[in-house]
Design a protein around this ligand. Structure first.
Ligand SMILES: [Zn+2]
Length: 204
């Protein structure tokens, strides 16, 4: 009897918990393709448009909702944002960061590994891309208030050129404003968000 108990207690290679732990180190194919599908039309609609082969993406393991422009076609997004946002919310926040890139605003990022785990956006369209998560948290510096106002307006222009209404960005900002401050991230580097939403809605 004791032999049987011992053998059952041994960890089995390839068991469920082992596979789950491994899966969390990568972005699944559906998520990678979703990011590609949402980002590509917005990048094309920039004033200084970028192709998927000119853009690299890093996904950071961080429950906070955040997305950032690292300059030179580099974008960072947290697992928290990818998991919580619906397509329009992701599109609106992405349009905001792409607007910062279009206007040449680059944030100072503090993350553990910048280049190693980034992949070209064009590769996310493929069914086999393994996008390894970058260790979090993602910490970014804030832009100035005037840069935020400019990015808000530019994001509307980008969305409209890509065929989406202004409400995509105002609703994404409203969604994020309702998140608890404990979710940190985007909200902590984007203060006065309610005032910005109001201003943005007032622009014809
Ligand atoms: Zn911003």
């Amino acid at each position: 009897m004791s032999f049987l108990v011992l053998s059952l207690a041994q960890p089995v290679a390839g068991s469920e918990p082992a596979r789950d732990a491994a899966a969390k180190k990568h972005v699944d194919v559906e998520t990678a393709q979703r990011f590609y599908r949402i980002a590509t039309p917005l990048l094309r609609a920039m004033e200084h448009s970028l192709k998927p082969q000119q853009v690299s993406v890093g996904v950071i393991a961080d429950a906070a909702i955040n997305i950032a422009n690292g300059g030179g076609g580099k974008f960072f997004v947290t697992t928290g944002l990818l998991e919580r946002a619906n397509d329009d919310q992701l599109r609106g926040l992405m349009a905001h960061e792409i607007a910062h890139e279009d206007l040449g605003h680059v944030t100072k990022l503090k993350i553990s590994a910048t280049g190693a785990n980034m992949v070209l956006l064009e590769h996310l369209a493929a069914t086999h891309t393994a996008l390894t998560l970058i260790d979090g948290p993602m910490i970014t510096a804030s832009f100035s208030g005037s840069e935020e106002v400019a990015a808000d307006r530019q994001s509307v222009a980008i969305l409209e050129r890509a065929g989406y209404p202004k409400s995509v960005v105002t609703e994404a900002l409203t969604w994020i404003s309702k998140m608890s401050p404990s979710h940190g991230g985007f909200l902590s580097t984007h203060p006065n968000i309610n005032e910005r939403i109001k201003n943005l809605k007032a622009v014809p």
